[in-house]
Design a binder for this molecule. Structure first.
Ligand SMILES: NC(=O)c1ccc[n+]([C@@H]2O[C@H](COP(=O)([O-])OP(=O)(O)OC[C@H]3O[C@@H](n4cnc5c(N)ncnc54)[C@H](OP(=O)(O)O)[C@@H]3O)[C@@H](O)[C@H]2O)c1
Length: 237
């Protein structure tokens, strides 16, 4: 079991993931820019998961105390905060669930970052850390809800360091009940992060909380193409 720090642990996403990790037996340090807010959020989480070891601390202290760190802050202000925390994150696995998303009158959209992503920006700012992208598509409402496991969803994980990626893949099981899915190199975050805008758009249209579930991974599933239902009709001359 690891000590997991959640940077931005006072927000709905950080709280929700911390709740799931705490239930999975991990020790949690909820981080905030403000010590008091962190302590309050930690007390709430401790009440919700009495068996868990939970505390609140300033983001830098939380990062220092952890083996593994989750970045759960808005994209606005992300780079400045990550740069400030760099010395405290050196040598650690850092998981980013940050989605650079904008909203206008037509709905949500992925921000155009050029050939990068929030996770890659974090890696650039944290050369001594191993950054992984994961947990982008889980809604805070579901994470904070009463379902035992979010077993109707998959966690897609991207990263360049195999051991760090394996840690995130394993951690995903505390949320969905099964390991996360290796979605490739860290640069896949350029696709994974804005995909959340599609889910938000679907949620608005259908009044649901949609998620990602990947088909075709079970080797027991026969993927041989089925024969045509009807023989093709010969062309008439
Ligand atoms: N909400 C969701 O359903 C959801 C789903 C998937 C992914 N995400 C991603 O997860 C991240 C967090 O989402 P959220 O909804 O929890 O966000 P949020 O409530 O807006 O922010 C989370 C926490 O970040 C801190 N924060 C806010 N602005 C900051 C700034 N400029 N610099 C540093 N820290 C700041 C705040 O904590 P303190 O004031 O206590 O420091 C805040 O409580 C986002 O990147 C989002 O895209 C969210």
């Amino acid at each position: 079991m690891s000590v997991i720090a959640v940077i931005g642990g006072t927000g709905p996403q950080g709280k929700g993931l911390a709740y799931r990790f705490a239930r999975g037996g991990h020790e949690i340090v909820l981080g905030s820019r403000d010590q008091e807010r962190a302590v309050t959020a930690a007390a709430e989480l401790g009440e919700r998961v009495p068996s868990a070891t939970v505390r609140g601390a300033r983001n830098d202290q939380a990062a220092e105390a952890a083996d593994l760190v989750l970045l759960a802050v808005p994209y606005d202000g992300h780079d400045a905060l990550v740069a400030e925390l760099a010395p405290h994150l050196a040598g650690k696995v850092v998981i980013s669930c940050v989605n650079p998303i904008g909203f206008d009158k037509r709905g949500p959209y992925g921000l155009d970052l050029g050939p990068t992503s929030a996770a890659e920006d974090a890696q650039r700012l944290l050369p001594e850390s191993r950054v992984i992208g994961a947990f982008h598509h889980l809604s805070a409402v579901s994470l904070n809800g009463s379902a035992d496991l979010l077993d109707h969803e998959d966690v897609l994980v991207c990263g360049d360091d195999p051991d760090a990626k394996a840690a995130a893949i394993e951690l995903a099981a505390t949320v969905t009940g099964r390991p996360g899915i290796d979605a490739g190199a860290l640069r896949m975050a350029r696709q994974l992060e804005p995909l959340t805008a599609v889910l938000i758009s679907i949620n608005k249209r259908y009044k649901v909380r949609s998620g990602i579930l990947v088909a075709g991974l079970d080797p027991a599933v026969d993927v041989t193409p089925a024969p045509p239902v009807r023989p093709a009709v010969p062309a008439t001359t």
